[in-house]
Design a binder for this molecule. Sequence first.
Ligand code: UD1
Length: 337
Amino acid sequence: MTKVLVTGAAGFIGSHVVEALEADGHEVTALDLRWGDDVRDAAVLGRLLPDADVVVHQAAKVGLGVNVADLPDYVSVNAYGTAVLLAAMAAHGVGRLVLASSMVVYGEGAYDCARHGRVRPGPRSAEDMARGSFEPRCPRCGEGVVLAPIGEDAPADPRNAYATTKLAQEHLAANWARETGGTAVALRYHNVYGPRMPKDTPYSGVAAIFRSALEAGRAPRVFEDGGQTRDFVHVRDVADANVAALTGGVPGSLAVYNIASGQPHTVGELARALAEQRGGPEPVTTGEFRLGDVRHIVAVPHRAGAELGFHARIAFAEGMKEFATAPLAEPSRHRSA
Ligand code: UD1
């Protein structure tokens, strides 16, 4: 039995993490802004940390942000909040951290060019996308490339405020581990879905947007040509990864893991699966695009299997069947993860 402080415990992922920890016999203390306790408040942490062996840090401002007006809030909640937490953990002798990170730190996926080997294309141009040319090309020769799954050692390429602050959290955790001898584990969640996912907002992931549309009797609107690839991982698998991470890592360092299902699917497949489960309406592929979106991002999930013993158990078809009718949560003003 481990005593665990879970931050962001009222959120979509945090609430499942609490359930999984308790089911595994751990003693959980839960903190959430929605319940009036802020991770940026050292006095709150001073009250809760003396009872904890591990902090599982899920509290975050999530989503991709709406515009630059969001920047201060992302830095405050995600980067500053983590800094306050780490300083308080050091002060109270709590030597283990599990951090909710994200695959967004990678930016675009990895690709192989026939002439230039492994490449990492930059952002796609508005001109290419407007004429329906969505696939990234080799940054050196402009030829087509083949998607390759991304491993944890790929260089980071954060392209928005959320990604930048998730990467900052990882770096701060690594600093803390080196300085204090603590053990830090960062879990880079891929596209998490499942019961209690927040409803459609500008910050929602595509699974919740499609689900909300179908529930309202509207067709899911599939952007680009629907061929974008993601790894949709079920929230109960993500919660299990957090339980597995309680005993992972190496003192004095940060260990990083992709948390994914290992079964990539396209956004078009996601829309069809959900529409089919709910009996329509049929998805429409609109050709719209968002400039900040990456085309494909697919994980190599092997390290988490080898080192944490984590393997996702909920297959896409099974998970989508449940998600098609599972309850969604009202979005919180505070956007805890
Ligand atoms: C998402 C999250 C990101 C998180 C990551 C991993 C958001 C906004 N993004 O990134 O914060 O770190 O998962 O969990 O929460 N799309 C449509 N129709 C729509 C909306 C989106 O086709 O109505 C497409 C997009 O063009 C994109 C794909 O769906 O190709 C995924 O979009 P989304 O879920 O928003 O963002 P991710 O980049 O996957």
